[in-house]
Design a protein. Structure first.
Ligand SMILES: Nc1ncnc2c1ncn2[C@@H]1O[C@H](COP(=O)(O)OP(=O)(O)OP(=O)(O)O)[C@@H](O)[C@H]1O
Ligand SMILES: [Mg+2]
Length: 310
């Protein structure tokens, strides 16, 4: 039992009336990893996390946490879990420290030293004595993560922890998740619609759309080990011509990322060949590079759509 995986979902399905929010979802989260649960709005992320936490009942399928079935052995399953689902609710007129103390008391008491420790971990130690109603959204979100960490869970479930955060707040949450991972005692399952962000912190990801799992794997599995995307910059006036030239010459479909900026999957040709073709046709190449595919590109390839997620 002790060696059971932190989180296993098997055939998880949720229907709301005639709408299927989550369809036959199975995944396993391994110990000590950061697992990204990715998908656009309405994909079924929150619904899945609610089922994982036993907050709603699956229409079918099951969830096991460290080997314990969430419905049949709820207490044993949930004992080692910390969670943040949607915006955390705090008492606005109490300080950060007092809020954590209160929640700690409600769950049976947590030593002050642990409260200080989690406030330190989320970077709120200096704000511990301030009232929560004066907190920014990012600070509240981090306090929510502190609360989820309070009882030193072995599994942390976070639903869109960067929701509503500015780039600075997003960076802070990213660094926090890295710190938690590097500490090595907590496994993290984190949902997000921010592909580029998740690419930076996750070991493994699942990509969900319309309640179905599109793809699951390690980042290396999904993105490949090699840098195989040629990035090309030309002037905006030349981009369409460059695109059709490259299509013609290499038989591959270049993607216009934004005006003047093209990307092309490398084949037998590389950046030097691309440069040769464009310059040969009188198109000045202003930038040229080679990099690994991004999760965004994988998403576009899988769905055939431009994602509304970045
Ligand atoms: N209580 C409910 N009753 C009816 N339909 C629901 C309910 N909860 C969720 N849904 C539907 O289930 C689908 C998935 O919703 P869910 O909130 O899980 O998506 P999400 O991936 O978390 O999206 P977001 O990125 O917007 O948070 C949506 O179509 C939603 O309308
Ligand atoms: Mg959601």
């Amino acid at each position: 039992m002790e060696t059971a995986a932190p989180l296993v979902a098997s055939g998880l399905t949720k229907r709301f009336g005639s709408r299927t929010a989550v369809q036959d979802l199975s995944l396993t989260v391994e110990e000590g990893k950061v697992y990204g649960f990715l998908g656009p709005n309405g994909a079924g992320k929150t619904t899945t996390i609610r089922m994982m936490l036993g907050l709603i009942r699956p229409s079918s399928g099951s969830v096991r946490i460290f080997g314990h079935d969430v419905r049949r052995e709820f207490k044993a399953a949930i004992r080692q879990v910390g969670a943040l689902v949607e915006g955390p609710a705090f008492y606005p007129f109490l300080t950060a420290h007092a809020n954590l103390k209160l929640f700690g008391v409600l769950s049976g008491g947590v030593p002050t030293s642990r409260i200080d420790e989690v406030l330190e971990l989320v970077g709120l130690r200096a704000r511990a004595g301030q009232r929560v109603d004066g907190f920014s959204q990012g600070m509240r979100q981090r306090l929510g993560i502190a609360l989820a960490l309070l009882e030193a869970p072995r599994l942390l479930l976070l639903d869109e922890p960067t929701n509503g955060l500015d780039p600075q707040g997003t960076r802070e949450v990213r660094e926090l998740l890295r710190r938690i991972r590097d500490e090595g005692r907590t496994t993290v399952f984190v949902s997000s619609h921010l592909l580029a962000e998740m690419e930076r912190i996750c070991d493994r990801v699942a990509v969900l759309t319309q309640g179905r799992m599109l793809r699951e794997g390690s980042l290396d599995d999904l993105l490949g080990h090699e840098a195989d995307v040629v990035e090309i910059e030309v002037s905006a006036a030349d981009d369409e011509r460059a695109r059709s030239l490259l299509r013609e010459r290499f038989g591959a479909e270049p993607r216009l990322v934004r005006r003047g900026h093209l990307e092309l999957r490398k084949g037998r040709f590389g950046p030097a060949d691309v440069n040769g073709v464009l310059v040969g046709e009188g198109i000045a190449v202003e930038g040229l590079g080679l990099r690994r595919r991004t999760l965004e590109q994988v998403f576009v390839e899988l769905t055939g759509e431009t994602s509304d997620i970045q």
